[in-house]
Design a protein around this ligand. Structure first.
Ligand code: ARG
Ligand code: ZN
Length: 875
């Protein structure tokens, strides 16, 4: 059944107060609810409509309305609803149900992970716990009592403050939590288990003292410090940048090993995937440290952008997610290197979200319909949603944006609203017109802007003509022009920026609103070279006929850090595309010397921020190259990229070694931006050195053995595993065994261990990946393990996933089929690479499609998998 945005209606009833009690048991958990309901007087009703509550996967035991039992003949029960007769405008409903969390493998609702009870309610998990109006516009005050055996579950948590506790005659303990802020059911959380915690304090801008706690299993208690530091930084940053103060007296984070996503912003009780919170230097890489900081920030920022102001319905998901991703990106940029964060985000968007926009599941950041809302926690809603917020930020400016967000929070505190309210607040606070801009919310697809230019020497005028076009997406054939802010600069022949106005600004934002538009620049003394879409000012593709020499010029002169990197990337893309074409035709390959020159310049530039240098020395990924291609031939792309890597390694071998040696350090590990930058450049050098046959094996081995932090150790392991030289094989094997031996008890490290093997593109790796399915480090019930082995294989290991026999596709499809029943959310996500079948050349296309057809034929497809397969085959 498809749900449409246009069908939205307010609910017939509101819930003002929700009282819950959970008697947690090993066999049966009894859930009792007491709901105070009130007729929604905004709607006109002839009679009092029945109350239709959402609910699945539970056994109904008892229903009372205003204290009187409702007999089975008086209510109507279906697989998904419970309908009750109503006789008063306000009334109390009490429901008792039984559930079995220990058998809940979907990881939605109440379930168990390593013996601990925990919840995930967004988007529609609460209905697996009890019958309820499980929709975000129904906001109630919650009071929750948890009852459990204190020996197994000494820690019992829910939202808000704990207000009472005690012991029952049967020895079970109980605790009551009360959340003073009204909230939708998706923000409810409960945790019970044998947990340790670290505690800290934060004093807010108004002087209130907040207790901060991070809970984990005892064995992980030494891995919580970084998350705690990140939390305090987040709280401070949201006060400084947005004027947002925390509102409860306690803020808690719990780490859970079995979790479908990254983390969840439940009011006052965030629940995190362990991999997004736990870290210590000898087990976590710099990447993990930065991801943790970003996600802790993201969930914390949701307290305002999501919880205090929430979504009216799930079509509005980007209201909270796009905005919050924008907020966490700015937080990360402030805490670390701003240009590097921008490069990473743009690169990710252009590789993965652009592919989504070009595929069968393309949708606007505010979709108009869905079958299963879990399928819409997408890169489009999150990442492109954040870019749309960023464009508003760029249009109204930093201060204007703050005025707009202040107005938004003030107007809508305590409400469930739509993206319209957000845009309106930005308009009202700044007196700007975002009418045309709103198309970003309703139109899917990635706009392409094609730029041409003309220089008129006689009149000293330069003209840029910009055309925009957005390719059709499923269900949207003709697109209206977008309002695209295109930041540009002009470089003179010496590589200096030209002033574009009297104030001397060298970057100007062109408001592109028409299908075709010409912009004229006066007093331009010589033919300039344009630097287009500086800072990636809009989520679009740009076409301009740069020559390779011009790209090389921009890569060394552009004053915009992002565009310097971008020019180098475009140069590499251009060269790699030509190589891939040749590889496909079995022609001999030679690397354009200009790429070597560009790399040499970076390696020899000691002034350059090492973090930026590392980015500039990374070839575009196979995924990015695939996204650029008209028809994708993944094996040719792989071959071309490997060839280029090899040539760069050899041509610059002395530079790689010199920089690698210059960056050796015996400082104690710290996850500071500066240290992370140096390690990333050093390990980039190492990865090129690892291409150099036997010569550098000793270096890899030495780094592997002597590394005192996981970043360096893992980098060396990864280089060893992927080193093409034959003598590397036994060394890699020994290192993998050693690594396993050392860290087998550590879940997070084992995820990394699986991933490094899943990513190996050398011959023979596929058979090894198959054998890892039987390894005890793998576990099909744990989404992280699935992602580490199967997900990484399908997303990042093109040469094996796309092997011509089709066995890679079959492996993925087998997992989709297995997980369809066990965990539909994960099954449906795993499917993503296959949905792109139409973009591939043969034999890939036919084989990928055949696997989709096979999945489609399975009996009892979950809504999640059904929706994606159906859309993929229909397109
Ligand atoms: N709101 C969470 C976050 O982005 C994600 C929840 C995901 N839930 C889901 N059913 N997919 O922080
Ligand atoms: Zn979020």
């Amino acid at each position: 059944k498809t749900i449409y945005l246009k069908d939205y209606q307010e609910p017939d009833y509101w819930i003002d107060n929700t009282e819950l009690s959970f008697d947690l048991g090993e066999e049966i958990t009894v859930v009792q609810s007491k709901l105070s309901l009130r007729l929604n007087e905004n709607k006109t009703h002839n009679n009092l409509p029945p109350l239709v509550l959402d609910g699945t996967d539970q056994v109904l035991k008892q229903v009372l309305v205003d204290g009187k039992t409702i007999e089975p003949g008086q209510y109507k029960l279906t697989d998904e609803t419970l309908a009750l007769p109503v006789t008063q405008k306000t009334f109390i409903v009490e429901v008792t149900t039984e559930i079995k969390p220990q058998e809940n493998t979907s990881l939605e609702g109440l379930y168990k992970s390593n013996g601990m009870f925990c919840t995930q309610c967004e988007a529609e998990g609460f209905r697996k716990i009890t019958y309820y109006l499980d929709r975000p516009d129904v906001m109630a005050k919650f009071k929750t009592t948890i009852i459990a055996d204190p020996k197994q579950y000494p820690v019992m948590l829910s939202n808000g403050n704990d207000i009472a506790k005690g012991e029952r005659e049967d020895g079970k303990q109980w605790v009551t939590w009360e959340d003073p802020f009204k909230k939708p059911s998706y923000l409810f959380a409960l945790v019970a288990g044998d947990l340790s915690n670290i505690t800290d304090k934060y004093t807010t801008c108004s002087g209130r003292e907040i207790t901060l706690k991070i809970f984990t299993e005892h064995k992980n208690i030494d891995k919580c410090d970084h998350a705690m530091t990140s939390l305090k930084k987040s709280m401070k940053w949201d006060e400084d940048v947005y004027g947002r103060e925390y509102d409860l007296d306690i803020f808690m984070i719990v780490a859970v090993d079995h979790f479908n996503m990254g983390a969840m912003e439940n009011k006052g009780l965030n629940i995190f995937n362990s991999s997004c919170v736990l870290a210590k230097p000898d087990t976590a890489t710099d990447n993990a440290y930065q991801r943790i900081e970003a996600i802790v920030g993201h969930e914390y920022f949701h307290n305002w952008s999501g919880n205090r102001v929430t979504c009216r319905d799930w079509f509005q998901l980007s209201l909270k997610e796009g905005f919050t991703v924008f907020r966490d990106a700015e937080f990360s940029a402030d805490m670390n290197s701003r240009p590097v964060k921008r490069i990473e985000d743009a690169n990710f968007l252009r590789t993965a979200q652009f592919a989504e926009d070009a595929g069968p599941t393309a949708h606007p950041i505010r979709p108009d319909s869905y079958i299963e809302i879990s399928n819409f926690y997408t890169l489009t809603v999150y990442e492109k949603g954040a870019e749309v917020v960023r464009m508003i930020h760029n249009i109204v400016g930093k201060e204007g944006f703050r005025k707009g967000s202040d107005l938004y929070f003030e107007r809508h505190d305590g409400q469930a609203v739509t993206t319209e309210e957000f845009v309106k607040a930005m308009e009202d606070a700044n007196q700007v017109d975002l009418i045309q801009f709103r198309r970003w919310y309703s139109q899917a697809g990635t706009p392409v802007i094609t730029v041409t230019d003309q220089y008129d020497n006689n009149n000293q005028q330069y003209q840029l003509t910009v055309k925009q076009h957005c390719p059709a997406t499923p269900g949207q054939t003709d697109k209206k022009p977008f309002h695209i802010p295109v930041a540009i600069g002009l470089l003179d022949p010496e590589g200096h920026d030209i002033a574009l106005n009297n104030a001397g600004d060298t970057t100007q934002v062109l408001d592109v609103t028409e299908q075709q538009q010409t912009f004229t620049f006066k007093n331009i003394a010589q033919q300039p070279l344009p630097s287009l879409l500086r800072g990636f000012s809009a989520p679009v593709k740009v076409k301009y006929p740069y020559s390779r020499d011009q790209l090389l010029f921009l890569a060394s002169h552009d004053s915009d850090g992002f565009n310097r990197w971008e020019a180098g990337q475009q140069l590499a893309v251009d060269i790699l595309e030509e190589l891939a074409e040749k590889a496909r035709k079995n022609q001999s390959l030679t690397l354009d010397d200009r790429l070597i020159q560009a790399y040499r310049a970076v390696l020899q530039d000691e002034q350059l921020d090492p973090a930026v240098a590392a980015k500039m020395l990374a070839l575009p990924s196979e995924g990015y190259l695939a996204e650029q291609a008209e028809t994708i031939y993944p094996l040719a792309i792989h071959q071309a990229r490997e060839f280029a890597k090899q040539q760069l390694a050899e041509a610059l071998s002395e530079d790689w070694l010199a920089v690698y040696q210059r960056l050796q350090s015996d400082k104690a590990y710290q996850p500071t931006a500066a240290d992370i930058a140096e390690r990333s450049l050093k390990n980039t050098c190492l990865s090129y050195l690892s291409q150099l046959g036997e010569q550098q094996l000793a270096l890899l081995e030495k780094q592997y053995q002597t590394a005192t932090n996981m970043t360096d150790k893992y980098a060396a392991l990864s280089c060893l595993v992927n080193a093409p030289a034959e003598p590397a094989k036994p060394i890699a094997k020994t290192a993998l065994a050693d690594f396993y031996q050392r860290w087998q008890e550590d879940v997070q490290v084992m995820e990394q261990w699986l991933a490094v093997q899943a990513n190996c593109s050398l011959p023979g790796a596929f058979e090894h990946i198959l054998s890892l399915q039987e390894h005890e480090a793998f576990d099909i019930t744990n989404p992280n393990k699935i992602r580490s082995l199967i997900g990484q294989f399908a997303m990042n290991n093109a040469v094996h996933f796309h092997q011509e026999t089709g066995v890679g596709y079959k492996l993925l499809a087998d997992y989709v089929i297995k997980l369809n029943i066990v965990n539909p959310q994960i099954a449906s996500r795993l499917l993503t690479p296959l949905t792109r079948w139409k973009r591939y050349g043969e034999p890939h296309q036919a084989q990928m499609k055949a696997e989709l057809v096979r999945i489609r034929k399975q009996p009892e497809l979950s809504k999640d998998v059904y929706e994606i397969v159906e859309k993929s085959l229909k397109a």
